[in-house]
Design a protein around this ligand. Sequence first.
Ligand code: ZN
Length: 244
Amino acid sequence: MKKKKPIIDLRAGRKKKLIVIDPGHGGHDPGNLGVIKVPEKALTLAIAKVLKKEFEKTGRYQVILTRNIDIYIKLGKQREIAHEKQADLFISLHLDAFKNKNVRGATVYTLSEKASNKQAAALAARENIQDVIPEIEYEWNSKTVQPILVDLMKRETMNFSKGLAKELVVELKKVIKVRKYSHQSAGFVVLKGLDIPSVLIEMAYLSNKKDAKIIIKKKTHKKISTAIVKAVDRFFSNNFVHNG
Ligand SMILES: [Zn+2]
């Protein structure tokens, strides 16, 4: 008989908060190309590496990247990594593109069942199209789990995610251009089913010349990373996120 894996609370014995950073796209999936010749997948990875360093420098965080080279990770696998490791936070990094080349600025997205507007819904559709696997909402829709419990867990996580998004907007605003509707929500596959506070940051528009020029700079990567660390610091000090 196959032995059941013991359930170990990994968070309980941890001295540092564990953050999973997901550099969007990779491998055969370049993401957006925009007006510069650098694809989204390369920029998200470059920024993720800087962000990892900035987090770890504080001594308060340990970071796992869903990929640290140019490989393709099947959509859905990212959240599996975060779930398996019982991460305290999940951050997915992306860069947007839009047919109106004047649109620029960063947006922080959180998961919701209903998109906050048409554009957010379209973006979620674009980012989700990376793969054709069906959405397996094994946790949220599972009939074996008590619906009320699932609902509460989901709502709590969503509230935490919203709180984090708020802090992120405050800090990102200080270093880069942020869109007017800076925090939006939509049904991102990458964020679905996670019982971990999770956000997806579209850091800039690669379709906008100004944004593209700024986001390609190493100086900007550092600035964005510092801002994210500050926001996360405040998020954890604001919220009593239980460890165990
Ligand atoms: Zn993307």
